[in-house]
Write a protein that binds this ligand. Sequence first.
Ligand SMILES: CC(C)(COP(=O)(O)OP(=O)(O)OC[C@H]1O[C@@H](n2cnc3c(N)ncnc32)[C@H](O)[C@@H]1OP(=O)(O)O)[C@@H](O)C(=O)NCCC(=O)NCCS
Length: 171
Amino acid sequence: MGNRKRKTVVESRSVMHRLVMPEDSNTLGTLMGGVLMHWMDMCAAIAARRHSNTYAMTVTVDRIQFVGSVRVGEVVNLEAEVTRAFRTSMEIGLRVIAENLDTGEKRLCASTFYSFVAVDRHGSTLPVPEVIPETDEQKKRYRDAEERRTARLEDAGRIREEAEAFNRQQP
Ligand SMILES: CC(C)(COP(=O)(O)OP(=O)(O)OC[C@H]1O[C@@H](n2cnc3c(N)ncnc32)[C@H](O)[C@@H]1OP(=O)(O)O)[C@@H](O)C(=O)NCCC(=O)NCCS
């Protein structure tokens, strides 16, 4: 780890704004969850790529709860940044804030964590720079990332067993 490059959280920061159009909505005139998840994945991927400066593949998305709906004509602000890097994987924290342009009201709609793995053009994993947390909030997220990663890897073990059992049954 001695010569490993180090980067701050801010260096990976990714911010996106989307005006919700009718084609993004469901039949109630509110933003479709799938469209929002696509934007979330893009925003998180940009943060992962900024940190790693290489290709980044989504490995996990933690629980997503849509706290409130977003109406057509409102703006969705997405903010993502790396919270911690391990060897080849990175945790990205993301939050989604809806904004009413008429009133200026802003509402938190969703927040979650993504895991990305850095890969080369052939899909082989690559080491990523370490993260330097600077603020108290960044330091807390950095510390807590270890526990979240352990929980994800436990899940991954169970899911892998399920996949192997399914694959064994195939002709
Ligand atoms: C990402 C992928 C290349 C990793 O392959 P792998 O055989 O698990 O590789 P490794 O075991 O070396 O794991 C690589 C890293 O991923 C981490 N990882 C693997 N599964 C994980 C999970 N469920 N949650 C968090 N991290 C995970 C490992 O801990 C390791 O991180 P580290 O190097 O920082 O310790 C492989 O799982 C893959 O191709 N998945 C599909 C990705 C994809 O198609 N995404 C959707 C579209 S982009």
